[in-house]
Ligand binder design. Structure first.
Ligand code: HAM
Length: 422
């Protein structure tokens, strides 16, 4: 009977050799740019108390209502695999009193997140985000800074076709005024909405705007009478939003206003934004974020304002593929050592140690292959030089693979003359 093979769980992906190099390159650029902008890395656990996400992201959101991986452990605690990073970072900030270390605290993070969504291109159940959270400043300049930082990262990774969508949902009073107008509008189209939206109209009307049901999207987003958030902003919210836009213009950041953008999480209280790029299929947002001034207080922490964003790395890669900047190969081998005599293999291992200690990518054959097959392997690994050991004296044949030339010399001479020039 054939043994059944176990496959990766639906919505999860392996990142294989040959692909992982691109992930490393992205992580390198993220680490380098965030540090240049003064951010420090924070790492939080992959699972948290379920109530953390319910209280921060909001009970009425798709994420909390439909998409979380929640389970009970042996102690009957309700735990959830993190669906995003913001709630965990803020929980850690409060728990470790990071405000005592000076404000604002500028933090960045990177890692796997989990949402039980219907998998499709750019949408997985385990996906990866990097993000930043700045805690302790109300300044709209910080909203602009996080957007400039992500734009910088996207540019460094070669994503040319990118544009921000921006909006402001405003503070509590602005949102209260907007909700009145929104409910008024939704009441007029109620019959055409899905059951979830009918319920949300009462419990949390802003969430109707990010419903994914196509019928609801058409009714809501294609209507000229849909109220625009910015028309209901209080003076302070309005002037902050104007300042963010001025900063973006001054910094040459391309953006469009989208007055129906409210984002699918409850904690936002001001500027909200997403970046759209080509090549993502139906999932056009490569990243999203915004200002959230009440989350720390709502989670029992100090009254500090915050702003941040998160980018989905799988979607970033799709955008890089579209821009033609995603091909990063494995490092080629500098030196391959070939020998078909068992007794010379120990010498080969010693040469490998010397070369590797000097920092050269070096390889040899471990499958007892013929000399011809070893030369083929060296070629496949794009080796720059092959050292052939054919005698017990210390002379070796050095083959320059790019010119198909070969010379005989000692290993010491090779190190001094040829290797030092690679
Ligand atoms: P979000 O919009 O839910 O925001 O997610 C941010 C990004 O994560 C999305 O733009 C997308 O690139 C990626 N993403 C989300 N779900 C999936 C999925 N199922 N598969 C692949 N990629 C996905 C947040 O998570 C907020 N925490 C952002 C934030 C930080 N706001 C303030 N600070």
């Amino acid at each position: 009977m054939a043994i059944e093979k176990i496959k990766a769980v639906k919505g999860t992906c392996d990142i294989l050799p040959g692909e992982v190099e691109l992930w490393q390159r992205i992580e390198e650029v993220v680490r380098e740019r965030t540090e240049i902008y003064g951010y420090s890395e924070i790492r939080t656990p992959i699972f948290e108390d379920t109530s953390l996400f319910a209280r921060s992201i909001g009970e009425d959101t798709d994420i909390v209502g439909k998409e979380m991986y929640t389970f009970h452990d042996l102690g009957n605690r309700s735990l959830t695999l993190r669906p995003e990073g913001t709630a965990s970072v803020i929980r850690a900030f409060i728990e470790h009193s990071l405000d005592q270390k000076g404000l604002p605290q500028k933090l960045w993070y990177c890692g796997p997140m989990f949402r039980q969504e219907r998998p499709q291109k750019g949408r997985q159940r385990q996906f990866h985000q990097f993000g930043v959270e700045v805690v302790g400043s109300k300044s709209p300049l910080v909203d602009a800074e996080v957007m400039i930082l992500f734009d910088d990262i996207a540019k460094k990774l070669g994503i040319d076709d990118r544009v921000y969508l921006v909006n402001s949902v405003g503070g509590a009073e602005s949102r209260r005024r907007y909700k009145v107008a929104l409910v008024d509008f939704l009441t007029g189209v109620e019959e055409q909405l899905c059951d979830d939206c009918k319920r949300r109209m009462v419990t949390n009307p802003l969430r109707v705007l990010d419903c994914k049901v196509p019928g609801c999207r058409t009714v809501i987003h294609d209507s000229d009478s849909m109220p625009r958030t910015v028309e209901y902003l209080m003076d302070d919210d309005c002037s902050d939003y104007e300042e963010v836009k001025r900063c973006l213009i001054t910094s040459g950041i391309e953006f469009k206003e989208d007055f129906s953008l409210v984002r699918g999480l409850d904690y936002y209280t001001g500027t909200v934004f997403e970046m759209q790029c080509k090549g993502l299929g139906a999932q056009s947002a490569i990243m999203g974020g915004g200002r959230y001034d009440n989350l720390l207080k709502d989670l029992g922490g100090p009254d500090l304002s915050s702003v941040g964003f998160a980018c989905g790395i799988e979607r970033l890669i799709l955008a890089m593929e579209f821009s033609g900047t995603s091909s990063i190969g494995k490092k080629p081998v500098s030196v391959f050592i070939a020998t078909n005599q068992t007794e010379y293999r120990i010498a080969a291992m010693n040469y490998l140690s010397v070369l590797r200690n000097l920092g050269y990518v070096s390889e040899m054959d471990y499958l007892d292959r013929s000399m011809k097959a070893q030369m083929k392997t060296a070629d496949r690994l794009q080796s720059r030089y092959v050292l052939i050991i054919e005698s017990s004296d210390d002379r070796i044949t050095v083959r320059d693979m790019s010119h198909s030339e070969q010379k005989t010399m000692t290993f010491e001479q090779f190190l001094k003359t040829i290797c030092s020039e690679i």
